[in-house]
Design a protein around this ligand. Sequence first.
Ligand code: PLP
Length: 245
Amino acid sequence: MTRPDATRVGELASTLQSAQERLRAACVAADRPADDVDLLVVTKFFPASDVLALVDLGCRAFGESREPEAGRKAAEVRDAVDATLSFHMIGQIQTKKAKTVGRWADRVHSVDTIRLADALDDAATKALDSHDRSAPLDVLLQINLDGAPDRGGVGVDDLGALAAHVDTLSAVRLRGLMVIAPQEGTAEQWMARAAEIRASFLAGHPDATEFSAGMSGDLEEAVAHGSTCVRVGTAIMGSRPIVSP
Ligand SMILES: *Cc1c(COP(=O)(O)O)cnc(C)c1O
């Protein structure tokens, strides 16, 4: 498969380096070791050729949010370079699309209902049986911080029941939590709130230590409040194209 032209490769090298420096600085400011926080490059809407350029630049894990675009891109890139590259599903998933996501995703950040958890478990079970995957599917539970329905996420009151259910499943593994800070208010405020919720969640699920929080606009606040994975799109890839529905 082709790489992008030299201009695009240069652009990605430079924006990636800036994002890595920002993340390092955020870790220093939060008095945390630099390797505490993973940088997940969000490549949704961008072509597989860009992902290849990022692999050349040392990236190993990518976030995607739209199925079937995501599954196709993961397969294309893995076939072209390396089957062990990691692809994470970070966007909302319709239950009927869980079947394919359960085949290609190493991790799903956006589990927010029992129905979706069951569908992913089912898909991952079948994929394990058919050797389309070799390990259980790692999942994070997405918390809805402000009750707005459009961003997805489970309400704080229902988090315990969802986690207890996911614990009973065999082909998905509960690894932690994910949040998206709402627009209103400040990132600082929302990340502080998320960290509180996470602290009480961790008391009951001490092994589910992953915390996917922070994007291009608020990675510093997220790192200050315990993020273990920032999901960075725009700051590295540039503006996403506007697509018609
Ligand atoms: C698109 C997306 C991101 C990346 O957002 P940027 O602001 O472009 O960095 C992070 N998380 C989720 C869930 C997304 O859908």
